[in-house]
Design a protein around this ligand. Structure first.
Ligand code: NAD
Ligand code: UDP
Length: 338
């Protein structure tokens, strides 16, 4: 079995993916430019999966550097997570996002073309569905991304589908993540956004730790049982296991396969449910205040996960309680991140 090239492996999701793979006997090469991560994340992943992870500092837009890695490292598949992911920033800097995310993927594919690697797993996002109204969201639901970031994801999915259509030696899985939260149960790797967190769980953790002001609950008049927004939160370790399931499933598929698969739990939880669960399982208070709706938010979003069960033989196992407990353990052990 060759090694797995994990682009963006130093990031929040990538570090967990490498640990899951490494502990199952896969060997990984982490390729990251550390634009939104720390080498310490890789070091800690290496502790959790001894001997399984090698690190290379490089930018996915540096085709020559990629070629050098591919020439020397016995790579047989790629999990492509490298990318910029801040939706708001993508609205302010669409050219930067296109260059990093779309052109970066083109460069990666160009480098791969000269290698034997034809198994490719891509980090897509539920954001490609935009303002979907029918729940749960299946993969065949219309796509309508509402930001340059979401457009990048859809453009890359299409680029990959075209590639596999023209050259059936490729096998591709585009995984559309819902809301990844939590951390490895050791509390040694996790999510540490720079600046004020935009996402709910990191904000809840920092507010509970007294590092931020009260959580603002964005919107209390949504058409949901308690009036707050509902999302499909998925434990990052379940998500990471979903990547391993995709890597296992792809080689068994016919040549030219392109699978687009939701990774979620299929269950929705409201903001207040998350906050109340967090307080209950961790025995801490989350100071909060009710606020108006955040522009651009949808009321409800959760996945139809039947395709993942069928094609990947994977489904999530961890509960909202697990997500809250593990997120808090990471926060307490690493108040300043890495
Ligand atoms: P992250 O920022 O923690 O990780 C991304 C990694 O990619 C970082 O380590 C960063 O340094 C690296 N990177 C960025 N541009 C690079 C480049 N040009 N060359 C090399 N490395 C580069 O983010 P994450 O939460 O781990 O997300 C991983 C992937 O999953 C991203 O593609 C993101 O869009 C996607 N995704 C994330 C979420 C989420 O909620 N976290 C949801 C859906 C999809
Ligand atoms: N949310 C909130 N306060 C915050 C951050 C988020 O009430 O400080 C809400 C947000 O309105 C949404 C849910 O929490 O209903 C999840 O938001 P997040 O940004 O984590 O994910 P996304 O909206 O991208 O699905």
């Amino acid at each position: 079995m060759g090694r797995v090239l994990v682009t963006g492996g130093a990031g929040y999701i990538g570090s967990h993916v490498m640990v899951v793979l490494g502990r199952k006997g896969y060997r990984c090469v982490c390729l990251d430019n550390f634009s939104n991560s720390s080498p310490r994340a890789v070091e800690r992943a290496q502790v959790l999966a001894p001997g399984a992870i090698e690190a290379v500092e490089a930018d996915i837009r540096d085709t020559e550097a990629l070629r050098r890695v591919l020439a020397g490292a016995d790579i047989s598949s790629v999990i492509h997570l490298a990318g910029l992911k801040a939706v708001g920033e993508s609205v302010e800097k669409p050219a930067l996002y296109r260059d990093n995310n779309v052109r970066g993927t083109q460069c990666l594919l160009e480098a791969l073309a000269g290698s034997g690697v034809r198994t490719f797993v891509f980090s897509s996002s539920a954001t490609v569905y935009g303002n979907a109204t029918a729940m749960p969201i299946g993969e065949d639901a219309p796509t309508a991304p509402a930001s340059p970031y979401g457009e990048n994801k859809l453009e890359i999915e299409r680029m990959l589908a075209k590639l596999a259509g023209e050259d059936p030696s490729w096998r591709v899985a585009s995984l559309r993540y819902f809301n990844p939260v939590g951390a490895h149960e050791s509390g040694t790797i996790g999510e540490h956004p720079s600046g004020t967190p935009n996402n709910l769980m990191p904000y809840v953790c920092q507010a509970a730790a007294g590092l931020r002001g009260p959580l603002r609950v964005f919107g209390t008049d949504y058409p949901t049982p308690d009036g707050t927004g509902i999302r499909d939160y998925i434990h990052v370790m379940d998500l990471a296991e979903g990547h391993m399931a995709a890597l296992t499933a792809l080689p068994l598929t016919p040549p030219g396969t392109v699978m687009t698969v939701n990774l979620g739990t299929g269950m929705g939880h409201s903001v207040l449910e998350v906050v109340d669960t967090f307080e209950r399982v961790n025995g801490v208070k989350v100071p909060r205040e009710l606020a108006g709706r955040r522009p651009g938010d949808v009321p409800i979003c959760y996945a139809d996960c039947s395709r993942a069960r069928q094609l990947l033989r994977w489904s999530s196992r961890r509960t909202l309680e697990d997500m809250c407990r593990d997120a808090w353990r990471w926060q307490v052990l690493n108040p300043a991140g890495y």
